[in-house]
Design a protein around this ligand. Structure first.
Ligand code: PLP
Length: 353
């Protein structure tokens, strides 16, 4: 099938760029101590997760219990939920899932640790835990090293939990456009984390894992030899927001649309916010420029495009945010040039529980 036969709006991935991004990441981490544990939220396709494991990833990171269930169901054996699971019914499901795979979850609260232990005891499973350390994002995690120590000691006292290490994720730095600023901020965090690790050691707590990092900090993290796991997700697709950072990855993910209406200054396509995440901005046209884009549910109005279009013509847009865009689709077409060569089902689409 040719690209022009795909019913639009649809997500397509250019095979050669997609594969080259995966190779770039492998090359970046080759020979170092930092291992890839890619984030599932960016593609949510079990088939891609398996490709990542085959290329050397030590496991998969995800954000949600339902994503972990999807990954385990597909046969992924080492899963990190880089998030806190605090709802009683979810804790129970998590404890049972821990019988089916090596399951790690983040914690930042003593009561939550106690509940995880109780559920794991009842399910007869072992849950691995990372204590989340807050390093500036002000999302989850505990701020002081004393609080990390106290949680780690509590976990070590629990027969059905294993203290496996620390998660320290600086999401507020990921998209900083200036390399210097990104490096400076990462270095500040490095000192803070080194101090934490020294403090834990002095208190006989030895984290095996230090997990975090993103596509935006991948190059810096590969050089700094502190983290043991890199949770990058977007590197395979490189949305328009990440493209601005000049990283060694190229955009492989496009939203294929069809022109539905043309007037003097505006070209309208059959995709809008119901098929393209705009939480990080408007998509960027591929191969031409526009003066602005106006979005509605099922339309993007492309103002003053730099080339002429006719009704029925295909248009490619690069989504500003791949993760929120992927979650709106059932499948991603893998294309080689202008031919469809495969299709990835987005098996964890809408898995937000
Ligand atoms: C916990 C966690 N780790 C890693 C990432 C990095 O993902 P990306 O490489 O797509 O920026 C994110 C992004 O939201 C995240 O929330």
């Amino acid at each position: 099938m040719k690209i022009e036969n795909i019913v639009t709006p649809a997500l397509i991935v250019q095979k050669s760029i997609f594969e080259s991004n995966a190779e770039q990441m492998s090359a970046l981490l080759a020979g170092g101590s930092l291992k890839l544990r890619p984030h599932y939220k960016s593609h949510k396709c079990a088939a891609i997760a398996h490709q990542q494991i085959q290329s050397g990833a030590v496991g998969i990171t995800c954000a949600k219990l339902e994503e972990a269930l999807d990954l385990a169901d597909s046969g992924i054996e080492d899963i990190l939920i880089a998030n806190q699971i605090t709802d009683a019914s979810k804790i129970s499901r998590l404890a049972h899932l821990a019988n089916a795979c090596r399951l790690t979850v983040c914690v930042d609260n003593g009561e939550n640790v106690a509940e995880l232990e109780k559920a794991a005891a009842s399910a007869g499973s072992t849950i691995y835990c990372l204590v989340e350390y807050e390093i500036g994002m002000e999302r989850c995690g505990v701020s002081g090293k004393e609080a990390v120590l106290s949680l780690a000691q509590q976990i070590e006292r629990c027969p059905h939990l294993v203290f496996d290490g620390i998660q320290a994720y600086a999401g507020h730095i990921s998209h900083t456009v200036s390399v210097e600023e990104r490096e400076q901020e990462t270095n500040k965090n490095k000192e803070k984390i080194q101090e934490l690790l020294r403090y834990l050691q002095e208190n006989h707590i030895f984290p095996r894992v230090l997990s975090g990092g993103s596509t935006g900090t991948s190059v810096i993290k590969a050089k700094e030899s502190l983290y043991t796991e890199l949770q990058a997700g977007s590197y395979l697709f490189m949305d328009a927001t990440y493209r601005a950072l000049g990283l060694p990855f190229q955009s492989s993910l496009f939203l294929l649309c069809t022109v539905v209406s043309v007037n003097d200054t505006v070209v309208v396509v059959d995709a809008g916010v119901k098929s393209c995440g705009v939480d990080q901005g408007m998509p960027v046209p591929y191969g031409f420029s526009v003066s602005k884009i106006v979005a509605s549910e099922e339309h993007f109005q492309l103002h003053s495009p730099s080339k002429k279009f006719h009704v029925g013509e295909k248009v490619l847009l690069i989504p500003a945010h791949c993760c929120s865009t992927v979650n709106l689709h059932d499948r991603i077409y893998l294309v080689d040039g202008d031919r469809v060569v495969d299709r990835f089902l987005i098996t964890a689409r809408g898995a937000f529980h």
